[in-house]
Design a binder for this molecule. Structure first.
Ligand SMILES: Cc1cc2nc3c(=O)[nH]c(=O)nc-3n(C[C@H](O)[C@H](O)[C@H](O)COP(=O)(O)OP(=O)(O)OC[C@H]3O[C@@H](n4cnc5c(N)ncnc54)[C@H](O)[C@@H]3O)c2cc1C
Length: 555
């Protein structure tokens, strides 16, 4: 074995989860980390692509929450990028929920958002207040170590029940007005499942993270990997692209290395790399069903994960504009456009027949969120069934049958007509358009059935053994979205969780403390000085004591 094939740790996949692990191991433990990425660019869903030398788009980042200076997400991002990545805050009114008879704006201020909801639905004041409190409780307690669970159950007995509820169950139990229920579920696309399917706990974590607004990386999503790589390279680490891990080498139940082949080249020679720690960011499904060879230790994990429901997939319409969409009044906020209050029904109808039914759409204007953008762009996203496209999944990108491209053109026109019906003049702005489908995502990202958020965020996912960073194979760990929560923030915190486990007891808290301390040092402003290394534990303390009071008054 040559020295060039030996590393301190190997990370499979360069998504934000994998990059976070590699950066933390490099920065905290001086580890030399090898990242192996099957795509020809690094970043996973944070990568970007360009067309006609003019337009560029991110694939899986439209906004990130929890990024106000002093917030935990920001502290971790600053730590792994040496504070060099800049973030642009979206407009104060950063969400527009567009329904047939009204449009509701969410402002980047939880108190205002709450007050606006109460003003519109005064009869539901108490339930709205409880909802905001429960969002916070769930979001903060989610990061507490599991040994605190008995204590949490004692002081907040309903927490366990809430964790097992769907979003719809929670809403039906707490709210009366159908419009309010629909409104509060307007951002369901941020976790990929409508109310009757999604876990309320995931809803709470994701929605809570956006209460202070949305942020976008200055320069685009690919700036994330660009700013993390120097931290990894500082200790001799590197990332290899077009390097698909085909197998994790396991000897007597211990992971020792990986076998690698060039991207989509079946005849390419197999290379081997070795390390005492192997971490997979390739998704729990891929890792257990494709990368770990037949092994009794994981047989039941494999069977369970194979039969677990699949994550949602989506279509993205990438648009390049001739002129600024500000012409039509857009300012960089998100638009969630719906034709009814029944999210579940609409989801079912549209995902099965996107060539016939477009009844909802998420619209994002990346160029208006990025002060350095040189050309104007937008993305329109709709959720669809993978099965609608599965017949083309074995065909290569750009070499699929004509029927596939005809279908894409039809869906493109349907989406454009849908948006045009809401915002007349929209189609006039377009210079370039390109549609990606679930098979595009599957081809480029290897995600199971083109899932955009990994394993689906349904209540049954809670506590599954295969969604844990630790695996039954010694020295093999998982990271990314499947071990924590979904989205950029969830996957990054998945990276912290994995390294936390590698570092032993209180590893997660020690890393968080370190990030918060560094962030406080860097930011000498009064706001941030407030946020000392104890911030996380203090907010946990606060939430626990508030919980016990509320439990008594509301339940
Ligand atoms: C269309 C879309 C829109 C989204 N919008 C947002 C948003 O606005 N905000 C937000 O927070 N989140 C959003 N997300 C979700 C977010 O992008 C993901 O949850 C997050 O990036 C997942 O990070 P990860 O590290 O877990 O995995 P990924 O980013 O999926 O990375 C996994 C990596 O592993 C690589 N890989 C897989 N198998 C192998 C192998 N065998 N060998 C080598 N490499 C391998 C893949 O190529 C990939 O690079 C969106 C996702 C999509 C698709």
């Amino acid at each position: 074995m040559s020295n060039s094939n030996q590393f301190d740790a190997i990370v499979i996949g360069s998504g934000i989860g994998g990059l976070t692990v590699a950066a933390l191991l490099s920065k905290l433990n001086k580890k030399k980390v090898l990242i192996l990425e099957q795509h020809f660019v690094i970043g996973g869903f944070t990568h970007e692509f360009k067309r006609i030398h003019k337009f560029k788009w991110d694939v899986g980042l439209h906004y990130v929450g929890n990024m106000e200076k002093g917030e935990i997400g920001r502290a971790v991002f600053d730590y792994i990028t040496d504070g060099k990545l800049q973030w642009h805050k979206m407009p104060e009114s950063f969400e527009k929920f567009v329904y047939p008879d009204f449009t509701f704006e969410e402002f980047a201020d939880p108190q205002k958002y709450k007050a606006d909801l109460i003003q519109r639905f005064p009869k539901e004041k108490q339930a709205i207040e409880r909802y905001f409190f429960e969002l916070k409780t769930i979001a903060i307690t989610a990061n507490l170590p599991t040994f605190l669970n008995p204590l949490l159950k004692l002081i907040f007995p309903s927490l366990g029940k809430i964790h097992r509820q769907t979003t719809k169950e929670y809403f039906d139990q707490n709210f009366l007005d159908v419009k309010l229920k629909a409104l509060l579920a307007s951002q369901w696309g941020t976790y990929g499942l409508p109310p009757s399917k999604s876990s309320f706990a995931t809803h709470a974590m994701v929605i809570y993270s956006f209460l202070t607004g949305g942020w976008y990386p200055v320069g685009g999503a690919s700036e994330i990997a660009k700013h993390i790589m120097p931290v990894i390279e500082r200790n001799g680490g590197k990332a290899l692209t077009k390097s698909q891990v085909t197998e994790i080498i396991i000897d007597k139940g211990i992971a020792k290395g990986v076998k690698v082949q060039k991207f989509h080249v079946s005849q390419a020679p197999v290379e081997e790399y070795y390390a005492p720690i192997i971490i997979s960011d390739a998704g729990a499904f891929n890792t257990y069903t494709k990368l770990i060879p037949e092994n009794d230790l994981i047989a039941d994990y494999r069977e369970e994960i194979k039969s677990f429901p699949k994550g949602s997939s989506a279509i993205t319409l990438y648009l390049g504009f001739k002129e600024s969409p500000e012409k039509l009044g857009f300012r960089g906020e998100n638009h969630w456009i719906y034709t009814s209050y029944e999210h579940d029904k609409a989801f079912q109808e549209q995902k099965a027949k996107p060539d016939q039914v477009i009844n909802s759409c998420y619209l994002s204007f990346a160029s208006l969120k990025d002060p350095t953008a040189t050309a104007h762009t937008a993305q329109a996203i709709i959720f669809v069934d993978y099965d609608f496209f599965s017949q083309w999944h074995k065909q290569s990108w750009k070499k699929r049958e004509e029927t596939y491209y005809d279908l894409k053109e039809k869906i493109t026109q349907n989406i454009l007509n849908f948006v045009e019906s809401r915002y007349p003049g929209f189609k006039e702005l377009i210079e370039y358009k390109e549609l990606s489908t679930p098979v595009t995502l599957e081809y480029f990202n290897q995600s199971d059935r083109g899932a955009i958020y990994g394993i689906p965020a349904i209540p049954e996912r809670l506590g599954k053994k295969w969604s844990n960073p630790k695996t039954p194979i010694k020295n093999l760990y998982l990271t990314g979205t499947d071990v924590m929560s979904l989205g950029i923030m969830g996957a990054m915190m998945g990276g912290v969780k994995t390294v936390g486990i590698l570092k032993g007891s209180f590893g997660f808290f020690n890393i968080m403390s370190k990030c918060i301390q560094e962030s406080s040092k860097a930011e000498k402003t009064a706001d941030v000085v407030d946020c000392d290394s104890e911030a996380l534990l203090q907010s946990a303390d606060r939430i626990i004591s508030e919980s016990s009071n509320r439990e008594l008054t509301h339940r």
